[in-house]
Design a protein around this ligand. Sequence first.
Ligand code: NAP
Length: 288
Amino acid sequence: MAHLLDGQHLAARVEQEVRERVEAFVRARGVTPCLAAILVGNNPASAVYVRNKTRAAGRVGIRSETFHLPEESTQAEVLELVERLNARRDVHGILPQMPMPPQIDPEAIFERLDPRKDVDGLSPYNAGRLALGRPQLVPCTPLGILALIRQTGVSLVGKHAVVLGRSSLVGKPTALLLLGEHATVTLCHSRTENLAEHTRRADVLVVAVGRPRLVTAEMVKPGAVVIDVGINRVDGRLVGDVDFESVREVAGWITPVPGGVGPMTIAMLLQNTLQAAQIQVAADAPVP
Ligand code: NAP
C-alpha cells in the first residue's frame, strides 16, 4: 500500500515558513509584499480560486488586491490594467486568473506582464529562463509537484520520470524542473502511442491531463512515486487523473485529490510573491 503524500500538511509547513520570511522582509525593508489578482468574467471556479489565494496571502502577511473586470471586457481593457499594475511600485505580484473569456488572448497578457511580477512564471522571459536551466519565477503547480516529490526522500538523479500532459502551465515546466534535478524525462501527450509502456517504466509519474481516472494500476511500476495533478468533477465529487483506489495498491507514494497538489500550488504562489518582492526591492536598492 502506497504512502500518502499529504499536500495539505506540507502546504501548511511552507505557509509557516513563508510567513516568517515575510515578517523578516517587512522588518528589514519596510515593504509589505502585495499580490494583485485579475479576475475577468463570472467563472465561479475562478472566483473561488482567487478567493482561496488572496485568503492564503492574508494568512502569511502578504497584502492582496483583486481586480474584477466584467465578462465582456476587451483585450485592450485587460492589457491596460496589466500596464497599470506593472507601473505600481506597491504591487509585487500579478496573477491573471485563467481561464479568461474567449475574446482575451492569455499569451498577450503574459507577454505584457512585467516578468519580475509574473508570479505564475508564464511570461516568455520566465519560461525561457526555465528552459535555459536558469529559473527565476517558476510556475506554481510544478514547484508544488517538485516539493511533494522531495518529501518522499527518493532521489531524482538518474531516475526515469514520466510526465503526462505538455501544457505550458503544468506538464512542460514540470518536465524541465525534473530535468534540472537530473532525472531522465519522458513527456507524453494526447498523441503518444502506447502510453502504458511509458508509464510502466516511470520511477516518478506525474499526471496532468484532465481525464478522470486515466491512469490505472496496470500502468504503474510497483513502488513508483505518483503525483496526480488532475482536478475533475465527477458526479459532484472531485477526482484526479489517477484511479486512486487501485493505484495506491501498487505505487510507493501517491498524492490524494483533493489535498495533494492543489494546496501546494497556493503555497508556492505565496513563496513566488515574496520572491518577486525581493527581486523588485533589490533592483531598487542603491548600488553600494
Ligand atoms: P491542459 O492545458 O488541458 O493540458 C492537458 C494535457 O494533457 C495536454 O498536453 C494534452 O495533450 C494531454 N492529454 C489529453 N488527453 C490525453 C491522453 N488521453 N493521454 C495523454 N495525454 C493527454 O490542462 P492543464 O492546464 O495542464 O491541466 C491538467 C489537469 O490538471 C486539469 O485537470 C487541471 O484542472 C489540473 N490542474 C490542477 C492544478 C492544481 O493546482 N492541482 C493546477 C493546474 C491544473 P495535447 O497537448 O496533445 O493536447
